[in-house]
Design a protein around this ligand. Sequence first.
Ligand SMILES: Nc1ncnc2c1ncn2[C@@H]1O[C@H](COP(=O)(O)OP(=O)(O)OP(=O)(O)O)[C@@H](O)[C@H]1O
Ligand SMILES: Cc1cn([C@H]2C[C@H](O)[C@@H](COP(=O)(O)O)O2)c(=O)[nH]c1=O
Length: 194
Amino acid sequence: MLITLEGLDGSGKTTAWRALRDRHPEAVFTREPTDSWYGEAVARSIDDDDADPLAELFLYMADHADHLDRVIRPALADGSLVVSDRYSDSRVAYQAATLADSSIPDPFAYVRSIHDPVSRRPDATLYLDVDPETAAERSGRTNKFERVAHLRKVRDGYERLLDADPERFVRIDADRPQAAVLDDVTAAVDRLVD
Ligand SMILES: Nc1ncnc2c1ncn2[C@@H]1O[C@H](COP(=O)(O)OP(=O)(O)OP(=O)(O)O)[C@@H](O)[C@H]1O
Ligand SMILES: Cc1cn([C@H]2C[C@H](O)[C@@H](COP(=O)(O)O)O2)c(=O)[nH]c1=O
């Protein structure tokens, strides 16, 4: 089973991922961007305020393709539970926002469409829903994606994803104190794996 954690920067995904790792030591825990050389190329692009948004999308896609081939598909074939901190929905929500002013008529549909033939749909996605102001505050606004105006657009993208695929998502109110959020995250995963 593939479970993904999604949400704005600072929504608490990594905190939730660590709590799940302690609770499910047998599972495979992974993330995007990965720590491969493709992921390093993505990290360079994130740090470049002038990076071309279309080139950046394809760096993320290269990292995703390698992640699928090297980590996700082999672990699923072994019967493991796989938990990924960010996955394809991050691309749709974030790159639809960065490509909003590009020549692509519907970036949301476009980014989804390039995943369809190559990706592996998550079985379930925990969406940590946080207000963009809180997200920017918690993440420390350290990169170009962590600014409030941008995060508002990204949140709209996540809302479209939840509307399009409601049975896959579990929405968790991440504006609450950490303990309450983690209780909901662990309970949701317990329900999914039982
Ligand atoms: N519910 C919460 N209430 C208050 N602070 C929180 C909460 N959840 C996480 N934090 C804190 O917010 C910061 C960001 O959390 P975390 O790294 O888990 O978020 P993230 O979604 O993985 O962020 P990013 O996408 O930027 O990596 C950390 O300092 C963490 O301790
Ligand atoms: C996978 C992915 C990530 N991003 C953005 C979101 C964050 O601002 C950074 C790095 O992610 P982290 O979880 O904060 O380490 O990259 C993106 O725009 N598109 C993606 O596909």
